[in-house]
Design a protein around this ligand. Structure first.
Ligand SMILES: *Cc1c(COP(=O)(O)O)cnc(C)c1O
Length: 359
């Protein structure tokens, strides 16, 4: 056989999603995929139902209404927005359009597993840069830039660390990278931070920064697959050329619009998550475990070693609770726990306290 896939494809390790079922448990508490414990906005659900009657019609190709809603809510320029099937698709467009064989794509040590996958799918070479004590190291990224670098994927706040670097540090990075490099700011968790716009103003001030955002996390629409990007018009124009004209359905478009316009619901989710992540971290620290301050909707708890993390994970599973092992992200001794609702947080913390013999 001489049928072979393109270079790089066979080096891709399949992405592992968070598990959602446990043998012997009808109802599990799933805290492994950073989903919204309050579900999608009731208005988004209504919009989705209403979309059913129009499913025979093709959706809009330019997403004008959704882009206008995003622009209004976040005070952005609708002309610089592109919408995708999850922010994953926008991240993919960037790799497809700007990286190829011989090119390098930088991601950081504990960054999202999709980055090396997207780089390889484009035929490019992923380059991993160390973080410093679980925080992105701007200088290390700059040192890793070469004439072959095309993209830098940066999650801020980081997943699974929950740590973040200030917008001034992001700006310094954008200023110092070579002019053939695009800085991609993956803002999947920006809504959970305080006083951070995800880099939107940086995008507007420079020609080399793109921000991606998602409806999967705070808007509770992970199952519907909608994300968006914000970048210089020239770059958005390039990305639109590879985007399928009907990449988003009417159902996705109208539900996302209703979700982003329901700012009261978004604010409730943000405030509750911010309150509960502080509560959870305090409890975990009180149990003698290591846990950085999180700016997102999860906490990364670190045990003495991998075997303790495995043992705790096993006990949580017996109790019907699924959290995320993060060995693949460089933390064999860690578990990433999504901040659930109050009952969920109490339940998982109570179980870990029993595991530690402190309940
Ligand atoms: C969840 C997540 C996303 C969002 O992916 P979607 O395709 O929008 O669901 C992007 N980046 C990171 C780091 C994430 O954790």
């Amino acid at each position: 056989m001489s049928i072979t896939p393109q270079p790089g494809i066979m080096e891709i390790a399949l992405y592992q999603g968070g598990q959602s079922r446990l043998e012997g448990h009808d109802e599990v508490l799933k805290l492994s995929s950073n989903e919204n414990p309050y579900g999608p906005s009731p208005r988004a659900q209504d919009a989705l139902r209403a979309a059913a009657a129009g499913l025979h019609l093709y959706p809009s190709t330019d997403h004008a209404q959704l882009r206008a809603a995003i622009a209004e809510v976040h005070d952005l320029d609708a002309e610089r927005i592109i919408c995708g099937v999850g922010s994953d698709e926008v991240l993919q467009f960037l790799a497809q359009c700007y990286a190829g064989p011989g090119d390098e794509v930088i991601h950081t040590e504990h960054g999202f597993a999709m980055y090396p996958i997207l780089a390889r799918a484009a035929g490019a070479t992923p380059v991993m840069v160390r973080e410093r004590d679980r925080v992105v190291d701007v200088d290390a990224i700059l040192e890793a830039c070469t004439p072959r670098t095309r993209l830098i994927y940066l999650t801020n706040p980081g997943n699974p660390t929950g740590t973040m670097i200030p917008v001034e540090a992001v700006a310094r990075l954008a200023d110092a990278i070579p002019d053939h490099v695009i800085l991609v700011l993956d803002g999947a968790y920006v809504e959970f931070t305080e006083d951070y716009d995800g880099g939107a103003r940086l995008v507007e001030a420079r020609g080399n920064v793109v921000m991606t955002r998602t409806f999967s996390k705070i808007h509770g629409l992970g199952g519907l697959r909608i994300g968006w990007g914000y970048g210089p018009r020239e770059i958005i124009d390039v990305l639109n050329r590879v985007r399928q004209p009907f990449n988003l359905s009417n159902a996705q478009l109208t539900a996302a619009e209703a979700a982003i316009r329901d700012t009261g619901f978004t604010e409730m989710c943000r405030a509750e998550t911010a309150r509960l992540r502080v509560w959870m971290r305090d409890k975990l620290l009180g149990l003698g475990l290591a846990c950085d301050e999180s700016h997102a909707n999860y906490v990364l708890v670190r045990f003495k070693d991998e075997s303790e993390a495995i043992a705790c994970d096993a006990m949580l599973r017996e109790e019907g609770i699924i959290v995320r092992r993060v060995g693949g992200y460089g933390f064999p001794e860690g578990l990433r726990i999504t901040v659930g609702d109050e009952a969920g947080c109490r339940r998982v913390v109570g179980c870990i306290a029993r595991f530690r013999g402190q309940a």
